[in-house]
Design a protein around this ligand. Structure first.
Ligand code: ADP
Ligand code: MG
Length: 385
Protein backbone atom coordinates (compact mmCIF):
# COMPACT_ATOMS: atom_id res chain seq x y z
CA UNK A 1 0.00 0.00 0.00
CA UNK A 2 1.28 3.39 -1.00
CA UNK A 3 0.68 6.01 1.66
CA UNK A 4 0.53 3.69 4.59
CA UNK A 5 4.14 2.87 5.25
CA UNK A 6 4.50 2.60 9.01
CA UNK A 7 6.34 5.58 10.42
CA UNK A 8 8.51 5.37 13.49
CA UNK A 9 6.05 7.22 15.64
CA UNK A 10 5.37 5.79 19.06
CA UNK A 11 2.23 5.94 21.13
CA UNK A 12 3.48 7.11 24.50
CA UNK A 13 2.15 5.66 27.73
CA UNK A 14 3.18 8.35 30.14
CA UNK A 15 0.75 7.57 32.94
CA UNK A 16 1.61 3.88 33.02
CA UNK A 17 5.33 4.68 32.96
CA UNK A 18 5.13 7.37 35.64
CA UNK A 19 3.17 5.08 37.92
CA UNK A 20 5.58 2.21 37.47
CA UNK A 21 8.58 4.50 38.03
CA UNK A 22 6.98 5.79 41.19
CA UNK A 23 6.24 2.32 42.48
CA UNK A 24 9.86 1.37 41.92
CA UNK A 25 11.51 4.49 43.30
CA UNK A 26 9.09 5.57 46.00
CA UNK A 27 7.29 2.44 47.11
CA UNK A 28 4.58 2.75 49.70
CA UNK A 29 5.21 0.88 52.98
CA UNK A 30 3.10 -1.96 51.63
CA UNK A 31 5.16 -2.30 48.48
CA UNK A 32 8.70 -2.29 49.82
CA UNK A 33 9.25 -5.71 48.27
CA UNK A 34 9.87 -4.06 44.88
CA UNK A 35 13.38 -3.64 46.30
CA UNK A 36 13.77 -7.41 46.18
CA UNK A 37 13.29 -7.21 42.42
CA UNK A 38 10.41 -7.07 39.97
CA UNK A 39 9.60 -9.43 37.11
CA UNK A 40 7.32 -8.10 34.39
CA UNK A 41 5.97 -10.55 31.82
CA UNK A 42 3.92 -10.41 28.65
CA UNK A 43 3.79 -12.39 25.40
CA UNK A 44 6.00 -11.45 22.44
CA UNK A 45 5.42 -8.41 20.22
CA UNK A 46 2.93 -6.60 22.44
CA UNK A 47 5.19 -3.59 23.01
CA UNK A 48 7.15 -4.44 26.15
CA UNK A 49 10.54 -3.36 24.87
CA UNK A 50 9.07 -0.25 23.27
CA UNK A 51 7.42 0.67 26.55
CA UNK A 52 10.60 0.10 28.54
CA UNK A 53 12.82 2.14 26.24
CA UNK A 54 10.44 4.86 25.11
CA UNK A 55 8.47 5.48 28.27
CA UNK A 56 9.73 3.74 31.40
CA UNK A 57 13.41 4.65 31.11
CA UNK A 58 12.62 8.38 30.57
CA UNK A 59 10.11 8.31 33.44
CA UNK A 60 12.69 6.78 35.78
CA UNK A 61 15.28 9.32 34.68
CA UNK A 62 12.81 12.15 35.16
CA UNK A 63 12.50 10.98 38.75
CA UNK A 64 16.27 11.18 39.14
CA UNK A 65 17.28 7.54 38.75
CA UNK A 66 20.27 6.23 36.89
CA UNK A 67 19.03 3.58 34.48
CA UNK A 68 20.89 0.78 32.78
CA UNK A 69 18.99 -1.20 30.16
CA UNK A 70 20.13 -4.52 28.70
CA UNK A 71 18.36 -6.80 26.24
CA UNK A 72 19.55 -10.39 26.52
CA UNK A 73 18.23 -11.06 23.02
CA UNK A 74 20.18 -8.15 21.54
CA UNK A 75 23.14 -10.28 20.54
CA UNK A 76 22.74 -14.03 20.71
CA UNK A 77 26.48 -14.55 20.21
CA UNK A 78 27.15 -12.98 23.63
CA UNK A 79 26.38 -14.58 26.97
CA UNK A 80 23.94 -12.89 29.37
CA UNK A 81 26.78 -12.06 31.78
CA UNK A 82 28.81 -10.46 29.01
CA UNK A 83 25.86 -8.39 27.83
CA UNK A 84 25.08 -7.14 31.34
CA UNK A 85 28.71 -6.42 32.20
CA UNK A 86 29.15 -4.55 28.91
CA UNK A 87 26.11 -2.42 29.63
CA UNK A 88 27.20 -1.64 33.18
CA UNK A 89 30.72 -0.80 32.00
CA UNK A 90 29.35 1.48 29.29
CA UNK A 91 27.14 3.29 31.80
CA UNK A 92 30.05 3.76 34.21
CA UNK A 93 32.30 5.03 31.40
CA UNK A 94 29.64 7.54 30.52
CA UNK A 95 29.41 8.73 34.12
CA UNK A 96 33.16 9.00 34.38
CA UNK A 97 33.33 11.20 31.31
CA UNK A 98 29.82 12.51 30.99
CA UNK A 99 28.68 14.20 27.82
CA UNK A 100 26.52 17.29 27.92
CA UNK A 101 23.31 15.28 27.78
CA UNK A 102 24.09 13.30 30.89
CA UNK A 103 25.18 16.34 32.87
CA UNK A 104 21.96 18.04 31.88
CA UNK A 105 19.97 15.07 33.10
CA UNK A 106 21.73 14.98 36.43
CA UNK A 107 21.96 18.69 37.01
CA UNK A 108 20.70 18.21 40.54
CA UNK A 109 23.41 15.74 41.42
CA UNK A 110 26.96 16.60 42.31
CA UNK A 111 28.22 15.08 39.10
CA UNK A 112 30.84 17.66 38.19
CA UNK A 113 31.88 18.27 34.59
CA UNK A 114 34.86 16.10 35.45
CA UNK A 115 32.54 13.16 35.95
CA UNK A 116 32.34 10.57 38.64
CA UNK A 117 35.63 9.24 39.92
CA UNK A 118 35.44 5.56 40.73
CA UNK A 119 37.80 3.63 42.95
CA UNK A 120 38.04 0.62 40.64
CA UNK A 121 38.97 -0.18 37.08
CA UNK A 122 35.86 -0.24 34.92
CA UNK A 123 37.51 -2.51 32.35
CA UNK A 124 38.04 -5.24 34.95
CA UNK A 125 34.56 -5.11 36.41
CA UNK A 126 33.19 -8.58 36.95
CA UNK A 127 36.47 -10.28 36.06
CA UNK A 128 38.37 -12.46 38.52
CA UNK A 129 40.88 -9.72 39.40
CA UNK A 130 38.42 -6.84 39.21
CA UNK A 131 35.62 -5.30 41.27
CA UNK A 132 32.41 -7.27 41.68
CA UNK A 133 29.04 -5.94 40.53
CA UNK A 134 28.17 -5.52 44.22
CA UNK A 135 31.21 -3.32 44.85
CA UNK A 136 30.52 -1.32 41.72
CA UNK A 137 26.86 -0.65 42.50
CA UNK A 138 27.56 0.24 46.14
CA UNK A 139 30.12 2.77 45.04
CA UNK A 140 27.93 4.08 42.25
CA UNK A 141 24.97 4.65 44.57
CA UNK A 142 27.20 6.24 47.21
CA UNK A 143 28.83 8.63 44.76
CA UNK A 144 25.90 9.48 42.50
CA UNK A 145 23.60 9.58 45.53
CA UNK A 146 20.63 8.30 43.65
CA UNK A 147 18.71 5.14 42.82
CA UNK A 148 20.14 2.83 40.22
CA UNK A 149 17.70 0.80 38.13
CA UNK A 150 18.93 -2.16 36.12
CA UNK A 151 16.45 -3.36 33.50
CA UNK A 152 17.17 -6.76 31.99
CA UNK A 153 14.92 -7.50 29.03
CA UNK A 154 14.28 -11.18 28.17
CA UNK A 155 15.77 -12.04 31.54
CA UNK A 156 14.74 -15.73 31.31
CA UNK A 157 17.66 -16.05 28.91
CA UNK A 158 19.92 -16.08 31.98
CA UNK A 159 18.43 -19.39 33.13
CA UNK A 160 19.97 -22.76 32.59
CA UNK A 161 23.61 -21.84 32.04
CA UNK A 162 26.43 -21.46 34.53
CA UNK A 163 27.19 -18.03 33.14
CA UNK A 164 23.61 -16.89 33.58
CA UNK A 165 23.24 -18.35 37.05
CA UNK A 166 26.48 -16.68 38.10
CA UNK A 167 25.14 -13.41 36.77
CA UNK A 168 21.88 -13.65 38.69
CA UNK A 169 23.72 -14.43 41.90
CA UNK A 170 26.08 -11.47 41.33
CA UNK A 171 23.08 -9.19 40.78
CA UNK A 172 21.37 -10.44 43.88
CA UNK A 173 24.57 -9.80 45.83
CA UNK A 174 24.63 -6.27 44.41
CA UNK A 175 21.01 -5.72 45.40
CA UNK A 176 21.69 -6.90 48.95
CA UNK A 177 24.92 -4.94 49.29
CA UNK A 178 23.26 -1.66 48.25
CA UNK A 179 19.86 -2.08 49.83
CA UNK A 180 21.05 -3.18 53.25
CA UNK A 181 23.49 -0.29 53.69
CA UNK A 182 22.39 1.82 56.63
CA UNK A 183 21.36 5.27 55.40
CA UNK A 184 21.95 4.37 51.79
CA UNK A 185 21.49 7.44 49.55
CA UNK A 186 19.74 5.29 46.95
CA UNK A 187 18.49 1.81 46.24
CA UNK A 188 19.35 -0.79 43.63
CA UNK A 189 16.23 -1.75 41.73
CA UNK A 190 16.25 -4.80 39.51
CA UNK A 191 13.57 -5.11 36.83
CA UNK A 192 13.56 -8.29 34.78
CA UNK A 193 11.14 -8.54 31.86
CA UNK A 194 10.36 -11.29 29.44
CA UNK A 195 7.94 -13.20 27.27
CA UNK A 196 7.80 -16.37 29.28
CA UNK A 197 5.47 -15.90 32.19
CA UNK A 198 5.96 -19.22 33.85
CA UNK A 199 9.76 -18.99 33.74
CA UNK A 200 9.66 -15.47 35.14
CA UNK A 201 7.34 -16.60 37.90
CA UNK A 202 9.77 -19.36 38.75
CA UNK A 203 12.60 -16.85 38.95
CA UNK A 204 10.63 -14.88 41.52
CA UNK A 205 9.28 -17.80 43.54
CA UNK A 206 11.53 -20.86 43.43
CA UNK A 207 13.61 -21.08 46.57
CA UNK A 208 16.75 -22.01 44.68
CA UNK A 209 16.49 -18.89 42.51
CA UNK A 210 18.56 -15.89 43.62
CA UNK A 211 15.60 -13.54 43.15
CA UNK A 212 13.18 -15.71 45.05
CA UNK A 213 10.84 -13.36 46.91
CA UNK A 214 10.77 -10.77 44.13
CA UNK A 215 7.53 -9.34 42.83
CA UNK A 216 5.87 -10.61 39.65
CA UNK A 217 3.56 -8.47 37.60
CA UNK A 218 1.88 -8.58 34.19
CA UNK A 219 2.67 -6.09 31.44
CA UNK A 220 -0.38 -4.00 30.68
CA UNK A 221 -1.20 -4.52 27.00
CA UNK A 222 -2.00 -1.56 24.77
CA UNK A 223 -5.59 -0.45 25.04
CA UNK A 224 -8.32 1.13 23.00
CA UNK A 225 -6.58 4.51 23.19
CA UNK A 226 -3.70 3.04 21.22
CA UNK A 227 -6.11 1.79 18.54
CA UNK A 228 -7.72 5.23 18.39
CA UNK A 229 -4.29 6.81 18.00
CA UNK A 230 -3.41 4.44 15.17
CA UNK A 231 -6.68 5.15 13.36
CA UNK A 232 -6.17 8.90 13.77
CA UNK A 233 -2.70 8.72 12.31
CA UNK A 234 -3.95 7.01 9.20
CA UNK A 235 -7.17 8.97 8.86
CA UNK A 236 -5.47 11.88 7.09
CA UNK A 237 -4.31 9.64 4.23
CA UNK A 238 -6.35 10.60 1.13
CA UNK A 239 -8.98 8.01 0.22
CA UNK A 240 -8.28 5.79 3.20
CA UNK A 241 -10.94 3.36 4.41
CA UNK A 242 -11.16 2.76 8.17
CA UNK A 243 -13.20 0.58 10.49
CA UNK A 244 -15.02 2.13 13.42
CA UNK A 245 -13.21 2.23 16.73
CA UNK A 246 -15.23 -0.57 18.30
CA UNK A 247 -14.61 -2.90 15.37
CA UNK A 248 -10.91 -1.97 15.20
CA UNK A 249 -10.50 -2.54 18.94
CA UNK A 250 -12.14 -5.96 18.72
CA UNK A 251 -9.81 -6.87 15.86
CA UNK A 252 -6.76 -5.69 17.78
CA UNK A 253 -7.76 -7.91 20.69
CA UNK A 254 -8.36 -10.90 18.40
CA UNK A 255 -4.81 -10.48 17.09
CA UNK A 256 -3.33 -10.59 20.58
CA UNK A 257 -2.87 -6.83 21.13
CA UNK A 258 -0.05 -6.70 18.62
CA UNK A 259 0.60 -3.29 17.01
CA UNK A 260 2.26 -4.71 13.91
CA UNK A 261 -0.72 -6.95 13.21
CA UNK A 262 -3.12 -4.03 13.55
CA UNK A 263 -1.20 -2.08 10.97
CA UNK A 264 -1.13 -5.06 8.61
CA UNK A 265 -4.88 -5.51 8.95
CA UNK A 266 -5.49 -1.83 8.19
CA UNK A 267 -3.31 -2.07 5.10
CA UNK A 268 -5.24 -5.12 3.88
CA UNK A 269 -8.51 -3.38 4.49
CA UNK A 270 -7.64 -0.87 1.77
CA UNK A 271 -7.90 -3.49 -0.94
CA UNK A 272 -11.32 -4.93 -0.19
CA UNK A 273 -14.62 -3.90 -1.68
CA UNK A 274 -16.66 -5.00 1.35
CA UNK A 275 -17.72 -2.29 3.86
CA UNK A 276 -14.89 -1.83 6.37
CA UNK A 277 -16.79 -2.85 9.50
CA UNK A 278 -17.72 -6.12 7.83
CA UNK A 279 -14.35 -6.83 6.28
CA UNK A 280 -12.15 -5.90 9.20
CA UNK A 281 -13.08 -8.70 11.64
CA UNK A 282 -12.49 -11.28 8.92
CA UNK A 283 -9.12 -9.79 8.04
CA UNK A 284 -8.07 -9.83 11.69
CA UNK A 285 -9.13 -13.42 12.25
CA UNK A 286 -7.26 -14.47 9.13
CA UNK A 287 -4.14 -12.59 10.15
CA UNK A 288 -4.19 -14.11 13.63
CA UNK A 289 -4.29 -17.53 12.05
CA UNK A 290 -1.59 -16.67 9.47
CA UNK A 291 0.78 -15.47 12.17
CA UNK A 292 0.26 -18.75 13.96
CA UNK A 293 1.08 -20.56 10.71
CA UNK A 294 4.36 -18.72 10.37
CA UNK A 295 5.40 -19.84 13.83
CA UNK A 296 4.36 -23.41 13.18
CA UNK A 297 6.19 -23.56 9.85
CA UNK A 298 9.44 -22.77 11.66
CA UNK A 299 8.93 -25.97 13.63
CA UNK A 300 8.20 -28.02 10.52
CA UNK A 301 11.53 -26.99 9.10
CA UNK A 302 13.22 -29.15 11.69
CA UNK A 303 11.80 -32.28 10.08
CA UNK A 304 9.91 -35.19 11.62
CA UNK A 305 12.30 -35.65 14.53
CA UNK A 306 12.25 -31.93 15.32
CA UNK A 307 8.47 -32.03 15.30
CA UNK A 308 8.37 -35.08 17.55
CA UNK A 309 10.74 -33.36 19.96
CA UNK A 310 8.72 -30.16 19.91
CA UNK A 311 5.54 -32.16 20.47
CA UNK A 312 6.99 -33.77 23.57
CA UNK A 313 8.01 -30.42 25.00
CA UNK A 314 4.76 -28.66 24.11
CA UNK A 315 2.60 -31.40 25.58
CA UNK A 316 4.48 -31.40 28.85
CA UNK A 317 4.28 -28.87 31.63
CA UNK A 318 4.66 -25.22 30.70
CA UNK A 319 7.42 -25.01 33.32
CA UNK A 320 9.58 -27.51 31.53
CA UNK A 321 10.01 -31.11 30.48
CA UNK A 322 12.91 -33.42 31.21
CA UNK A 323 13.83 -36.91 30.08
CA UNK A 324 14.01 -35.92 26.41
CA UNK A 325 16.93 -38.26 25.84
CA UNK A 326 15.65 -41.18 27.90
CA UNK A 327 14.66 -44.56 26.51
CA UNK A 328 10.96 -43.88 26.62
CA UNK A 329 11.36 -40.60 24.74
CA UNK A 330 13.65 -42.18 22.14
CA UNK A 331 11.11 -44.93 21.54
CA UNK A 332 8.38 -42.34 21.08
CA UNK A 333 10.47 -40.39 18.54
CA UNK A 334 11.22 -43.60 16.70
CA UNK A 335 7.52 -44.43 16.54
CA UNK A 336 6.74 -40.97 15.16
CA UNK A 337 9.57 -40.84 12.63
CA UNK A 338 9.74 -44.50 11.65
CA UNK A 339 13.48 -44.79 12.29
CA UNK A 340 15.71 -45.54 15.26
CA UNK A 341 16.80 -42.38 17.09
CA UNK A 342 20.01 -41.87 19.06
CA UNK A 343 20.48 -39.36 21.91
CA UNK A 344 23.16 -37.29 20.08
CA UNK A 345 20.72 -36.67 17.20
CA UNK A 346 18.14 -35.37 19.65
CA UNK A 347 20.71 -33.27 21.49
CA UNK A 348 21.90 -31.79 18.25
CA UNK A 349 18.38 -30.87 17.16
CA UNK A 350 17.54 -29.48 20.58
CA UNK A 351 20.58 -27.19 20.37
CA UNK A 352 19.55 -26.02 16.92
CA UNK A 353 15.99 -25.37 18.04
CA UNK A 354 17.30 -23.36 20.99
CA UNK A 355 19.42 -21.30 18.61
CA UNK A 356 16.29 -20.72 16.50
CA UNK A 357 14.48 -19.57 19.64
CA UNK A 358 11.78 -22.22 19.32
CA UNK A 359 12.62 -23.90 22.59
CA UNK A 360 14.53 -22.85 25.71
CA UNK A 361 16.54 -24.70 28.34
CA UNK A 362 15.72 -23.03 31.65
CA UNK A 363 17.53 -25.64 33.72
CA UNK A 364 19.91 -28.53 33.28
CA UNK A 365 18.15 -31.09 31.07
CA UNK A 366 14.88 -29.15 31.26
CA UNK A 367 13.25 -27.80 28.13
CA UNK A 368 10.27 -25.54 27.40
CA UNK A 369 8.69 -23.96 24.37
CA UNK A 370 10.35 -20.53 24.12
CA UNK A 371 7.14 -18.67 23.35
CA UNK A 372 4.02 -19.68 25.29
CA UNK A 373 1.86 -18.22 22.50
CA UNK A 374 3.41 -20.65 20.00
CA UNK A 375 2.84 -23.51 22.41
CA UNK A 376 -0.81 -22.56 22.75
CA UNK A 377 -1.31 -22.33 18.98
CA UNK A 378 0.50 -25.60 18.45
CA UNK A 379 -1.66 -27.38 21.03
CA UNK A 380 -4.84 -25.95 19.51
CA UNK A 381 -3.87 -27.05 15.99
CA UNK A 382 -2.86 -30.44 17.26
CA UNK A 383 -6.25 -30.88 18.87
CA UNK A 384 -7.97 -30.05 15.59
CA UNK A 385 -5.97 -32.54 13.55
N1 ADP B 1 3.55 2.24 22.03
C1 ADP B 1 3.74 1.85 20.77
N2 ADP B 1 3.49 2.70 19.73
C2 ADP B 1 3.71 2.32 18.47
N3 ADP B 1 4.17 1.12 18.10
C3 ADP B 1 4.44 0.22 19.07
C4 ADP B 1 4.23 0.54 20.45
N4 ADP B 1 4.57 -0.53 21.18
C5 ADP B 1 4.98 -1.46 20.31
N5 ADP B 1 4.90 -1.03 19.05
C6 ADP B 1 5.33 -1.80 17.86
O1 ADP B 1 5.01 -3.17 18.04
C7 ADP B 1 6.09 -4.02 17.68
C8 ADP B 1 6.48 -4.92 18.83
O2 ADP B 1 6.94 -4.14 19.92
P1 ADP B 1 8.06 -4.63 20.94
O3 ADP B 1 8.26 -3.50 21.88
O4 ADP B 1 9.25 -5.13 20.21
O5 ADP B 1 7.33 -5.82 21.64
P2 ADP B 1 7.86 -6.91 22.71
O6 ADP B 1 9.07 -6.35 23.37
O7 ADP B 1 6.70 -7.11 23.62
O8 ADP B 1 8.17 -8.14 21.92
C9 ADP B 1 7.20 -3.09 17.21
O9 ADP B 1 7.19 -3.03 15.81
C10 ADP B 1 6.84 -1.76 17.79
O10 ADP B 1 7.28 -0.70 16.98
MG1 MG C 1 11.00 -7.20 23.53
Amino acid sequence: MNNMTPSEAVFHRTTYATQMAQQLLQPSPLHMNVRSGVFLSGIRRVGKTTFLCQDLVPALQAQGALVIYVDLWADRSKSPATLVLDAVRAALQELRAPGAGLLQRFKGLNLGAAGLSLGFQIENLGLAQGATLAQAFVELVDKAKTHVVLIVDEVQQALGTEDGTGLLHALKAARDAVNTQPNTPGYFLFLGTGSHKSLLTNMATRRAQPFSGALTTAYEVLGQDFVQWQLDRIASTPGVVLPGLVVAWAGFQAMGHRPEELLKALVQLQSTAVPPDQAFPIICDTLASVSADVELRAIEEFGPLGQALFERIAQGSEDGVSGLFGEEALAAYAARTGAAVQPPQVQNLADKMIAANLIARPGHGVYTVADPFVRKVWLERNRLL
